[in-house]
Every structure is written in C-alpha cells, then in structure tokens.
Write a protein that binds this ligand. Structure first.
Ligand code: PLP
Length: 456
C-alpha cells in the first residue's frame, strides 16, 4: 500500500481537481482529504479519522454510504454485462427497468426519461431538446433560456451559462449570450429590506415578466430553475413564488425545466421537488439521488407535451442526433434500480421529511440568537446557516475574511463535514437521508462550537 506521503506527492504532481484552487493545491498548501471507507452517514480517511458527512458527498449519497445491496447489484451487472450501448433502441434489463421505475415515481404528465451521466450533461441535453422542440414547431426564433442569479445547473458550456454564480463564469467567457438571468428568489438577500416576503415574490414575478416583454416572448424558449435554490445558498422559495412564476411562463408559451438534481429522490421529504411546490414542469433534470452516486447516471424526464413534438421531429427528420456512448450505462442503471428499491424499503423519503426539519429546528433553536447568525433556513434534509457581520443592519462579511471556510474547517476538526457554499457566508448541510436524530444533534452541537471558536 502507498504511504500517505507518496499519495500526496502523486496527487500534487498528477491530478487536476475540479473546483479547486489549483496553484495552492499543487504547492501543497491546501491538501484535500483522501477518503478510504464510509458507512451510513460517516466517512473515514486514510489516517483513520471518522467524520459525520453532513453534506452526503456533494448532496448525492441519499441512501447513505456502504449499502451492500447496491455494491452487489453493480458487481452482478459488471460480471454479466459491463457495457452495451443504448443507441438505435438498444437497452439492457437494468436500463429498461430503471426507466420504468423512474416514470412510476415521476408526476403523471411526464412521459419518458433519457439517461445521461451527470447533472451538467443532462442540462445540456435539455437545452438541445428545447431548441429542437421549437424548430419542429416552426418557431426557430424562440431559443433564449432564462435562468436565475444564484441558480446552479452545472459547469459545461451551456449548463455553466445557466448557472448564476460568478465563480463559474469569470475568465471562461460565460454566460453564452442565449442565456439571461433573472432575480434570485432569495428573500434574506433582497436589495430592498422594506419589502415583505409577499412583496418580494411579486417583485420576482414582475422582474421575470418585464424581461420576457423586453426580449420578446417569441425569442424565449424556456425557464430553468431548481425547485429550491441549492448551491446558490440553500434557500427555500419565498411564499407564493412558484404560484406567481408558473402562470407567467404558461402565458408566454415558455417551457419550464425543473432542475431536480438535488431535490429529486427524497431530499425535500417528497420524491420530487416539483410536486412539493405544486409545479408542473415540462422537463425535469435528475442525477445525484438517482443512484445515490454509487455510479454516475443522470436523466432528463420529458413531459407528454415535449415528447409528442420529439416524435413528430423524428418522423420528419429521422433519428434524433443526440446521444452519449455511456447514455443509460448498465452499471449506473443497475445501481439506480438497487438504490430506488432501498430508498423505498428503508422509508428514507419519510425520514428526510422528519429528521431534516428537526435538524433545521434544532439549529435555529441553538444558534438563532447568535450575534453573527443572520438566518437559519431549510426544507426537508437541506439546511443553511447564514453568517453576517451585523444582524440588525444585515451587513455581510468580506469574502476575503473567509469566515465560513474557517467555521467549516473548525467543524472538520470536530468530526463533522459541512460545506462552505461558494457565494456568501453560508454553511450548507445536506446529509444522507438516513440521518438519525442523534446524528442531527451532533451536527448542531459541532456547528455551535465551531462558530464559537471562530466568531466568539
Ligand atoms: N443541477 C443542479 C441543481 C446541481 O446541484 C448540480 C450539481 O451540484 C448540477 C446540476 C450539475 O451536476 P453535475 O455536477 O453532476 O454535472
């Protein structure tokens, strides 16, 4: 076995990591952890440090780590048939079964699922299908996509453009000019502090409608949004938000793409976030919880309305010119089938709906009065603690102070992994859906101790 020093050297010398300060990492100033094993909600590194992973990797290990049923399903699939493609109507028992299981769980107006590999490529697929859809309908001008500031939709060329976080744009020449960003539904960070939540919702809706009218509805194809903001800050929508937004889209013949990469498969205490908030999307993006990240797999779930036009398109033009070698990969599909069975048999969606709100409530009770805690918020098994310099005037810390990275590092020394969200001083929590109340108590206590260490 390699020593830790050998591994660290190979890592610095050879490995370009995603979303990493490359220079600091290569100089050895910011070593990451090398994780070796994991079980339930806990991960263990090569030095034997066991940590409660309160972010489930990257909010993806919904069923928890170390589930042997999924490992066996993957191994069985690899032994029987590691790969065959899905082009020209081909499939495997695993991919057809998973498609069936996804559609059993999807809202009734959805029709088919296309499988990709990750959330970013699924959103690339979605936008291509939306463009194809409007071309087939004879509306070639209707191509722009509206996303939201602080939305996160991936980091490809189009998906990174849809993302509304500056880190993912700067120096990459993004966003592409077919993408527009509208107001972020983030009540705590509203510009005008005098607005009530209802007034703020009305402003989000008015801003959207104004953008549509300014650009011309005949140029706008789709609106993409996470049912609840994730990477942009873990922010439940303000009261009445979706009820105000969806009719505007319908009125202007604009498709709604619900990016359910985080909210799908139980995270909000419901199977999907769209029905949770009363939304009827035309396309849904799924990934993460589809396999609980035991193998890479994503999907684009298409409504009857979209599917009918795609069928018409192939009748007129021949096979659809879109596909990846690894679309519907049998190993990902086998992992997905085993994962969805466990999600049901262990009642994990229900647990997320019970223990998640308990975590948020305990966090609010323990930290709500702290002078530097501006807001504690959450929905289902998603919680955020937003830190501020001053609560009363709602002034924020400078990013250069790195307050949240310091708090998260202090939590790590106490054995709990949380995420310093990329924009703003926001501590994010998205534990596996099997989190227990005792584990939630540990997360809260460690957060309180770490905030005390850094901010007093
Ligand atoms: N969409 C949402 C809502 C996400 O949170 C993410 C990733 O966190 C993505 C898309 C991109 O997924 P991936 O990183 O698998 O490409």
């Amino acid at each position: 076995m390699l020593t830790n020093d050998e591994l660290a050297k190979w890592d610095r010398d050879s490995f370009m990591h995603p979303s990493t300060h490359l220079a600091q990492h290569a100089r050895g100033e910011a070593p990451g952890k090398i994780i070796q094993t994991a079980e339930g909600c806990h991960i263990t590194d090569r030095d034997g440090n066991r940590m409660l992973d309160a972010f489930a990797g990257l909010y993806c290990v919904n069923i928890g780590y170390g589930r042997q049923e999924v490992a066996e399903a993957i191994a069985d699939q690899a032994r029987e048939l590691a790969y065959y493609h899905a082009y020209v109507g081909h499939g495997t028992e695993a991919s057809v079964t998973l498609a069936h299981m996804v559609m059993e769980r999807a809202p009734a107006h959805m029709s088919k699922v296309y499988f990709g590999l990750g959330g970013s490529d699924a959103n690339e697929t979605n936008i291509k299908l939306v463009w194809y859809y409007n071309n087939i309908r004879g509306l070639p001008q209707k191509k722009k996509i509206i996303s939201r500031w602080r939305g996160y939709h991936g980091s490809g060329l189009m998906s990174g453009s849809l993302t509304g976080l500056t880190l993912f744009h700067q120096k990459f020449d993004l966003p592409l000019d077919t993408v527009l960003h509208t107001t972020s539904p983030y009540y705590y960070r509203r510009d005008d502090l005098s607005l009530s939540e209802e007034q703020f919702t009305a402003k989000c809706a008015a801003d959207l409608e104004e953008m549509i009218e300014r650009e011309g509805a005949d140029t706008i194809a789709a609106f993409i949004a996470e049912p609840m903001l994730g990477t942009g800050g873990i922010v439940p929508p303000p009261a009445g938000y979706w009820q105000a937004i969806e009719p505007i889209l319908r009125k202007h013949d604009i498709l709604l793409i619900a990016d359910e990469v985080v909210t799908g498969f139980g995270r909000l205490g419901s199977m999907f976030g769209s029905p949770h908030y009363g939304i009827t999307p035309d396309i849904m993006t799924i990934a993460k919880g589809l396999t609980s990240a035991y193998a890479p797999l994503s999907g684009s779930i298409l409504s009857d309305k979209v599917w009918t036009v795609l069928e018409q398109g192939t009748d007129e033009n021949g096979p659809i010119g879109h596909g990846w070698t690894y679309s519907a990969h049998p190993i990902g599909a086998a992992a997905g089938v085993a994962n969805l069975k466990l999600l049901d048999s262990l009642n994990l969606v229900q647990n997320a709906g019970e223990v998640g709100p308990y975590l948020t409530a305990q966090m609010a009770e323990t930290l709500g009065d702290h002078a530097h805690v501006g807001e504690v918020r959450g929905e289902g098994m998603l919680t955020a603690v937003e830190l501020v310099r001053d609560r009363d005037s709602r002034t924020f810390f400078d990013a250069a102070d790195k307050i949240t990275p310091q708090v998260v590092a202090a939590m790590g020394r106490r054995g709990v992994v949380a995420r310093a969200m990329p924009q703003g001083d926001i501590i994010g929590y998205a534990p596996p859906l099997c989190l227990s109340r005792d584990e939630a108590d540990t997360v809260v206590q460690v957060t309180a101790d770490a905030i005390k260490e850094v901010l007093g």
